[in-house]
Design a protein around this ligand. Structure first.
Ligand SMILES: Cc1cc2nc3c(=O)[nH]c(=O)nc-3n(C[C@H](O)[C@H](O)[C@H](O)COP(=O)(O)O)c2cc1C
Ligand code: SF4
Ligand code: SF4
Length: 279
């Protein structure tokens, strides 16, 4: 492998952390790397695209797991890729300890449809990004050093695969369909736009809001306009970043019901291993 692109969206930073571990590991193996944050740019420059989708390059694509699935901006990015012949990809997800769902499988299917065979994949436990206000959030202190080491090892093995065979053989996507069959079927029916409606609507206390605009600047999908207080467009992915970063703590949402719901889901799913590499 001579060239790699590491693309992700990461509203609370864990997926970005994994992307950085991947990039560092690639560079240590002598691979040239371009990293792309989908919150800052929605696609790839044409010169980068021209160097992807061949037997010397690899696309690493990361998403957090939301409602057991991939977040829409990451799927939209993949759908926007020109069709490749013989491309290679490594999808990766971070999840908050409730269920990693079928997000890796979603990514694998989407990548394959654009001509990118999946030659490795990673699911990595991370702190649950809906639980920052609660004590002992699920996935606390993850990704940790052990998670990072597993990711580094995966990347090194993926790079070595390029020296062993060209093109690198793709993994069967069934490998990423690791949920029990009934859960897999239920998760396949999740529609992101509908799942979002079960989340508490964002409420801003206009007495506390100083109209500073920080939430609008930092929203990863540009869904906030100040008119003159924050208003939220339909493309909101419900990441809660605006709630987390508001310097005035002006969002008044009570999220306590989510704590119980998420922990119950984690107990029911009881997913193991928490961090896993697929080769
Ligand atoms: C709206 C929303 C839905 C989520 N759904 C799930 C889920 O289904 N299962 C899970 O384990 N974690 C879930 N999480 C937690 C995130 O997957 C996890 O914290 C992830 O690491 C966040 O990535 P980021 O730090 O890159 O934003 C959800 C978080 C949010 C905000
Ligand atoms: S970050 Fe908070 S204070 Fe600033 S505009 Fe948004 S809601 Fe208002
Ligand atoms: S409006 Fe808030 S919750 Fe919605 S995507 Fe933007 S930052 Fe995330």
């Amino acid at each position: 492998m001579k060239f790699a692109v590491v693309v992700s969206m990461s509203p609370s930073g864990s997926t970005d952390h994994v992307g950085q571990v991947i990039a560092a590991s690639l560079k240590s193996k002598g691979v040239e790397v371009v990293s792309v944050d989908l919150a800052k740019q929605s696609g790839l420059e044409s010169d980068v695209l021209e160097r992807l989708g061949n037997d010397r390059s690899c696309l690493f694509v990361g998403s957090p797991v939301y409602f057991s699935r991939v977040i829409p901006p990451v799927l939209e990015f993949i759908a926007s890729l020109p069709l490749a012949t013989g491309g290679h990809a490594v999808p990766f997800v971070t999840w908050g300890g409730a269920s990693s769902g079928i997000a890796l499988h979603d990514l694998g299917v989407a990548l394959q449809e654009r001509g990118y065979g999946v030659i490795g994949a990673a699911k990595v436990l991370a702190e649950h990004s809906m639980m920052w206000r609660f004590e002992n959030p699920l996935g606390e202190n993850h990704p940790d050093e052990t998670d990072d080491r597993l990711v580094t090892d995966l990347v090194e093995r993926v790079v070595d695969k390029f020296s062993a065979a060209s093109p690198v053989p793709a993994l069967p996507l069934e490998m990423l369909a690791y949920q029990p069959p009934q859960a897999f079927t239920e998760m396949s029916k999740v529609v992101f736009a509908k799942a979002k409606t079960n989340m508490p609507a964002k409420q801003v206390d206009e007495e506390q809001c100083t109209q500073c605009g920080v939430c609008a600047e930092e929203c990863p999908v540009g869904a906030i306009t100040l008119a003159p207080y924050p208003e939220f467009a339909d493309n909101c992915i419900c990441c809660f970043k605006c709630l987390r970063i508001c310097p005035e703590d002006a969002f008044t949402n009570d999220l306590s019901m989510l704590d119980t719901r998420i922990r119950e889901r984690a107990r029911t799913m009881d997913e193991h291993p928490k961090t896993e590499m697929f080769m």
